[in-house]
Design a protein around this ligand. Structure first.
Ligand SMILES: Cc1ncc(COP(=O)(O)O)c(C=O)c1O
Length: 385
């Protein structure tokens, strides 16, 4: 029987993960996770909460008050977003769920959502699962959005443009001016701007993160999505959240009530404690990542001009363009089987024109990334003969 899932690509991480498991000793530069765990206060909060009956019962759909209060304060002070003016806050089981909720709340079957390519594969998947159409629009050679091309892609079926900054998979950080232009375009054309910002703290050098949700007048059309997974080493706790336009409260509540009922209470208490530790907890890890990134960039530079990579000033990804007619999945498989290092093929991120690979350097200690990069450089030299 045909279902709408037939059109959805299979998640790449388990596919590459299977190859890694069947090739012992492989170093994975595949999955986008960090190598550190949550602040100690998060686990202590959960231990304390275990003896509270309320931990084991349903709680408010949008999130528990102590977490919502802390999130509102964080959004105000760090992102410049006033969650109380024209917006609502909702906690979800991770940022992916916030994105799915947003798509469900604003679309009917057959509507279009514009993605900048390369895109985050779960965004395309979520759009297709909602019976909608993901419309890819190529970014420029630095993987920055081309506002004119986005404008030209808008049709009467377009419901939103998605911005991911800092970007997965390219590492590009969108400048404030571009985000302002994009947000104004969405406002002018009566469509939504979905801003996915799980890597907001992960910027390097002079790059600065900017939240389009801070723009005055953005509240009626802009979603701001965040996650604890990366910043707080929380991937398994499944906590994300979003500030969304208040006129969508009724549909959003229907979706949350049906899909999740309420976010896991123990995880929310852990998240509230993580916010008490705050950004200061993440910063030493991000400084360490900055030095790993320098090493990764230096290694990749030795592969020029066969391998090109525009500046990747954020997140913990590099997106390589290879000068070859080979298919990226074949290269990814050969890198695992012959050189015991795993990366992801660019086709997964919507790049079908040319050969691209994504490297993730957040999940491992520096020495392991160094060894993995050595294997990657040797492997690509051997493959790209
Ligand atoms: C751009 C982007 N959005 C959302 C997510 C999902 O994060 P979460 O674990 O909060 O669902 C990821 C994870 O890799 C991501 O890269």
């Amino acid at each position: 029987m045909a279902t709408r899932m037939d059109a959805v690509q299979s998640p790449i991480i388990p596919i590459i993960g299977g190859m890694v498991r069947s090739t012992p000793g492989t170093i994975s530069l595949g999955q986008g996770v960090v190598h550190y765990g949550p602040p100690p206060g998060a686990a202590q909060a959960v231990i304390r909460a275990l003896s509270e009956p309320s931990t084991h019962e349903y709680q408010p759909a949008a999130g528990i008050p102590p977490l919502l209060e802390r999130l509102a304060a964080k959004l105000r002070s760090e992102n410049g977003i006033d969650a109380a003016r024209g917006r609502r806050l909702m906690v979800t089981a991770g940022g992916n769920m916030a994105f799915c909720h947003a798509i469900d709340a604003i679309t009917a079957a057959g509507d279009e959502i514009i993605l900048n390519t390369p895109f985050y594969f779960n965004h395309e998947m979520a759009i297709q699962m909602a019976d909608c159409v993901a419309v890819p629009v190529a970014t420029d050679e630095r993987h920055q959005p081309r506002v004119d091309a986005l404008r030209a892609a808008i049709t009467s079926r377009t419901r939103a443009i998605v911005s991911v900054t800092p970007n997965n998979p390219s590492g590009a950080v969108y400048p404030e001016a571009t985000l302002r232009e994009l947000d104004a375009l969405c406002r002018e054309r009566g469509i939504y701007h979905i801003c996915d910002e799980p890597y907001e703290y992960f910027t390097y050098g002079a790059a600065r993160h900017f939240s389009a949700g801070s723009i005055p007048g953005s509240e009626a059309h802009t979603f701001s999505l965040y996650s604890f997974s990366k910043a707080y080493g929380f991937a398994g706790w499944r906590i994300g959240y979003m500030a969304y336009p208040e006129h969508l409260e009724a549909p959003m509540t229907k979706i949350q009530d049906t899909v999740l009922i309420c976010p896991p209470v123990a995880s929310q208490l852990a998240a509230a404690a993580a916010l008490d530790a705050g950004r200061a907890y993440c910063e030493p890890f991000i400084r360490e990542l900055a030095s790993i990134r320098e090493m990764v960039l230096a290694q990749l530079a030795t592969l020029a001009p066969r391998v090109q990579m525009p500046a990747a000033d954020g997140a913990f990804y590099c997106f390589l363009k290879l000068d070859t007619a080979l298919d990226p999945m074949t290269i990814a498989e050969r890198l695992i089987r012959e050189h015991r290092v795993a990366v992801l093929p660019g086709t997964t991120f919507g790049m079908h024109d040319g050969c691209y690979l994504r490297i993730a350097y957040g999940a491992l200690q520096k020495a392991t990334v160094e060894e993995g990069m050595g294997r990657l450089v040797r492997g690509l030299r051997a493959i790209l003969v």
